[in-house]
Structures are given as C-alpha cells and as structure tokens.
Design a protein around this ligand. Sequence first.
Ligand code: ARG
Length: 460
Amino acid sequence: MKLWGGRFEKSTDKKVDDFHSSIAFDARLYRQDIKGSIAHAKMLAACGIISGEEGDAIVKGLESILDDIDKGKIEFSKEAEDIHMNIESLLIEKIGDVGKKLHTGRSRNDQVALDIRMYLKDEIDEISSLIATLQRVLLNMAKEHQHTLMPGYTHLQPAQPITLAHHLMAYFQMFKRDWQRFRDCRKRTDIMPLGSGALAGTTYPLNRNYVADMLDFSDITDNSLDGVSDRDFALEFLSCCSILMMHLSRFCEEIILWATKEFDFIELDDGFSTGSSIMPQKKNPDVAELIRGKTGRVYGNLISLLTVMKSLPLAYNKDMQEDKEPVFDAVDTVKKCVAIFTDMVKTTKFKKDNMKAACLDGFLNATDAADYLVGKGIPFRRAHEITGRLVLYCIKNNKDLQQLSLDEYKTFCQAFDKDIYDHIDIKNCVYQRKIQGGPSPQAVAQAIKKGEEFLQSIQG
Ligand code: ARG
C-alpha cells in the first residue's frame, strides 16, 4: 500500500504510477534527503515530540540506508513514487513502526524544497571552484602574453591593436562576475524551509533553527506558503548557468574562428580536436563547438523552469516536480563544459607571429593617426576626417599608413611630421593606451594584479 493510501479504495493505475513517479531522476537527492531526515528526527527528539530512543532508532536506520545506497545495495521502487517516499518506506521496512514517526510535522512539500536547496548549495560550491580554476588558467596565460600583440575587433572587423593578455583578461572579468553571481544565488538558496509543512506550517513545536544549524543553513524561511512554493533560487541558479554558458560560448566562438585557416591565430591541442571520417586533412574544433551548442541546452533548462513556474497558484503544485530535470541537466552540463573548456584553453598554442602580422593589415593604427593630429592641435572630428581620407588613399594605392612618405602625409595635412611613424607603430599604439582598464602592458599588469588578489581572496 502507498504511504498515503488511507483515503483510497482503489490502487493507482499502473500508467499513473509510471507517469507521476520521479524516482528515476530524484534518486540523485538521496544523500540530501537522508541528511535532512536525520536532522529532522534529531530535532523531533530534542523537542520531545518523539522519544530519545525513537530518535536514535530512526537516525541509525537512516544511516544504514545511506550506507546501503552508497554501496549500491538498494533498488528504488517506482511505486514508492519519489526519493522521499522510497527512503521512508525503506526505513519502515528496516526499523518497523517507529519509522512511521519520522514524517511528524513535515510534508514532502517542505522536504523536497529542503533537499533541492541542500543539493544546489553543494553544486554551486563545485561550480564556483571550477570557475576559479578556469580563472587561474586565464590569469597565468595572461601573464605570459602581456606583450603578445593581436588585433582587437568590433563588428568582427579589425579595429585597434590590443594584447592577447588584455583579451584573456576580458574573459577573466566575465568569469569573475559569474563566480560572484553564483555566490549571490547561493545566499538565497541557503535558507531552510523545513517547518513550512504542506503549506501552513505545523502545530508541533518544531525547532526550525536547530535544524538549520545542523544542516548548515544560515537562515530559515519566513513564510510557510513561500517556503514550499518558492523556486526562485533554482531559477536564479539556471540564470547564472545560462550567463556562464553564454560567456563560454563567446570564447568558444572565438576559438573556432581563431583556429580557421583564415585567422590561423591558434593551434588547438590534438587531444582537444577531432578529425573527419571522410576528409583526412581535417582538424576540427569539436569541443568548442559542442560547448557552444550546449549553451542552447542550458538556456532551454532555464526557459523550461520559468515556464513551469509561470502562473502557478500558491502553494505547492505537482508541476513543480518538473524543476528537477532542468536543474540536474544544467548542473551536469555546466560542470562538464567548464572543466573541459579549461583544459582546452590551457593546451592551446598561440601563433604570435600570425597575430602580430594581422595587426599590420587593416589600418588598426588609424585612430592613432587621428590622435596624432589632435596632439598637433587639430580638433578630433577634423583629424578623423583627414585620416579617413588618408586611409582611402592607401586603399586605392595598395599601401598601409606606415608606408606613406612624409610628403604624401603633408598633402593631407601640414601638421604631419616625421614622428608620425613612431606614433602609429602598432606596438606603440598598444603601449600608449596606458589608461586604467586599457591594453598597455602596464595597465594589463594592474588588472592582472587585481585578478590575482581576487583569486587569493576566494581561495584563501
Ligand atoms: N516528488 C515531489 C516533487 O518533486 C515531492 C513533493 C510531492 N508533494 C505532493 N504533495 N505530491 O515535487
């Protein structure tokens, strides 16, 4: 018979058992469920709601079930519906009637809310540390490439020269915000809902703070309706995952571009590329492409749960059982993607000469030529126009700005002098951008230092 079978005259249709059972996926929560139950049982005993011996028997029973599950000795049953009732049934089977006291003052509604919060807190910790590892790799690479010149782009058109370190540190900033976002989401996940009951709390004098302390929560929920029906923290988690994946997908896109024959900025490690079954020459950036693709999957998980939650009346509704698969899938996907991405970038070789050569093609120093004229007292808008005409002249004559003679320069503006060549030297274009947050090695060194401090502050 079902744990809730009392008011029923007929057993559940087999198709319904199959349809509403969540054990196939929520079995993943067994550890949290058992730990939560142990804390609940200890609290029931401490508050005199059950006796000390009863509490001990329940705790022992739960511990041995945890051990059995860890050792793969337990096969869950679909008829028992979900992880909560599976474990409760196993407990009753193991320790007899006293096991029936565990659920006193509790509902699966607050129980599942507790389990998923506990689960997410741990996963957020793991994901944060994977992000920090990726940041460490980027920071170390940036240190090595403070003088590696490369083109910076807007509209994917060559724009101004930068350094590879500056480009890598841009991603460092994105992942720093991702890390912070996950930590922020963790604060709102770290609230203990047990005691909310099914929706309206309970008449038993439970000590909710005691449970929160035992389970290492920093606070308890303030409203029982909200305690069982809030999934904002899961949505926030999925939003954090989506933004993180968006950042990874941008980096992957660049890696894919840089690995093309046309760009030829990088050589991916053989261990992180794949071949073609028909074209023997191919070396494809499949890992980067797959991460880019999996971004869609993670967005899907966010949209899926947002849609499940939309318009749901208070308090618990069974719709909410649909929160788990998107969350679990996002956890698995994000962890795999961050870890493999980290290894992929770490093993990537940068073709410095090609990157530098690309800076010489495409008038990346045109802004600096205009700035040069500003230095000679010409208003910027006018300097911009003169330089634009210079560039057009170069395009028509198949030259670049460095190759023009001073006479040619002077026909466009008398203010040009021989120091123009130094001023528009690609390396100088970068080195002159000393502004805080800019690409000069000096400014990037500051950013690296700040990044180093950040990593030290989070890793202790
Ligand atoms: N398996 C359920 C879920 O994940 C647990 C809560 C069930 N509560 C209920 N009233 N049916 O949401």
